[in-house]
Design a protein around this ligand. Structure first.
Ligand code: HGY
Ligand code: MN
Ligand code: MN
Length: 431
């Protein structure tokens, strides 16, 4: 029995005795139904190459939301939409207790694969469908959620909806966030009809999320299930560089204040810092726009983003210190002004040993290879970890590819992950 993480220290416990009335060990999800739903959702916002583009709160996201809400209702879930657009479908338990929750996100990056986030939501719905088919009513309610703007690609920060849901981001700041196209979250929620009335919040007994690894580890080692130990820290910063636009032909090098040069040198400096600090440190300049962006004009303006991550908070801070020092020095050397704005900052998160252990045990009981590993990507689960026993289940990404239309996972691995999710949620929901 998990006492709320707020009251008792978390000690690893052995698995509780399996609760009858049903022996769930033989229960399995319906693989073809899960693949069918994944394929149907993938038609919404489909882009060439087999991926999807459903940036948060776009019309494509609205259509995806409508489809998943329709599936939630078909499965008999009570659907609530909160003021930041999080959608939670709840299945009643035998008793009115804090629910066991699962889910993920259905918004994607612009070059998204069909599994990132979507797998976690649709596998959780497949768990519900499997319990409906088997006529099983769990002791605790089950809640399946998709959270607004997990990706953060249009509006920062990422994991926005789950952060508001779990109280680590205030609602007004989220609604006021302005996206890369100048529209606010609040405006876009209203425009697509997902400015719900429910107050954001979910007091879960436990939270478990199934997700693709999005990295190379499981695929390279030939392992089917990842028992995720936690999520690395994330630091997102926006830089605005201001130089002087000038004629590309007449302006001597010594007289230039070239914003593009400084942006390029910052990009190189970030790679140097990541290599100096060594794995798992990563550093990325993902977005860079120059103005006036013309062949014969020295750029006077660069807008760029820095994404720094590490599993260790102290080393993440060291990477930030080195990066910001390099930015200041390179800008000063070129006579370019720089201003910076934090877009997101999440410390590393550790998941609950009891949930990690349970994922391992069920993976083994189902005959799947399993190993522990941290998550390089951010996830909605990290917002639940400080509030309730939380864990994640990974399945391999072929060649470690993600945020890329070529994102793929072996169908058998998808089914294995969903079966481990089924067993893990069931065991928690009978406590
Ligand atoms: O950026 C991330 O790690 C996640 O995909 N939002
Ligand atoms: Mn994701
Ligand atoms: Mn993602």
């Amino acid at each position: 029995m998990f006492a709320s993480s707020r009251t008792t220290p978390m000690q690893p416990v052995s698995l509780p005795p399996r609760a009858d009335p049903h022996d769930f060990a033989g229960l399995r999800i319906n693989g073809p139904r899960l693949h069918q739903r994944l394929a149907e959702l993938a038609t919404i916002g489909a882009i060439p190459g087999g991926g999807v583009a459903r940036l948060a709160l776009t019309d494509e996201d609205r259509l995806g939301r409508d489809q998943v809400v329709a599936w939630m209702r078909e499965l008999g879930l009570a659907v609530s939409i909160d003021r930041v657009g999080n959608v939670i479908g709840t299945r009643a338990g035998r008793e009115d207790l804090p629910p066991v929750a699962s889910g993920s996100h259905i918004d994607t990056v612009r070059t998204g694969g069909i599994l990132d986030g979507n797998l976690g939501v649709l596998a959780a719905l497949e768990v519900i469908a499997t319990l409906n088919d088997a006529g099983i009513r769990t002791r605790r309610p089950l809640a399946v959620a998709f959270f607004t703007n997990e990706e953060g690609a249009r509006f920062a920060p990422d994991m926005m909806g789950s952060a508001v849901c779990q109280g680590s981001l205030d609602l007004e700041s989220a609604l006021a966030a302005v996206g890369i196209d100048g529209r606010s979250v609040g405006e876009e929620l209203a425009r697509i009809g997902y400015a719900g009335e429910a107050t954001p919040g979910l007091d879960a007994y436990a939270f478990v999320e199934l997700h693709i690894e999005q990295g190379p580890v499981l695929d390279r080692e030939g392992i089917t299930i990842g028992a995720v130990t936690g999520v690395q820290g994330i630091s997102w910063t926006e830089l605005t560089l201001r130089g002087v636009s000038n004629h590309a032909g007449t302006t001597p090098i010594a007289l230039r204040k070239d914003a593009a040069l400084v942006a390029a040198e910052i990009t190189v400096a970030l790679r140097r810092i990541a290599v100096e600090l060594g794995p798992p440190q990563v550093a990325t300049v993902g977005a860079l726009t120059l103005r006036p962006n013309l062949i014969n004009v020295v750029p006077n303006h660069a807008l760029m983003t820095l994404d720094l991550r590490n599993t260790d908070e102290a080393r993440l801070q060291e990477s930030e210190r080195r990066a910001f020092a390099a930015v200041a020095e390179l800008a000063a050397r070129e006579g370019v002004e720089v201003s910076q704005r934090s877009l997101a900052r999440f410390a590393p998160v550790e998941f609950d040993e009891r949930v990690i252990h349970r994922v391992e045990r069920f993976a083994q009981a189902l005959g799947h290879s399993v190993r522990r590993l941290p998550s390089g990507a951010g996830h909605d689960a990290q917002m639940f970890a400080p509030r309730c026993p939380t864990g994640m289940i990974f399945v391999p990404s072929v060649d470690g590819i993600s945020h890329n239309v070529r994102e793929r996972t072996d169908p058998a691995h998808i089914e294995a992950g969903a079966d481990v999710l089924l067993q893990t949620l069931l065991s928690l929901a009978e406590e």
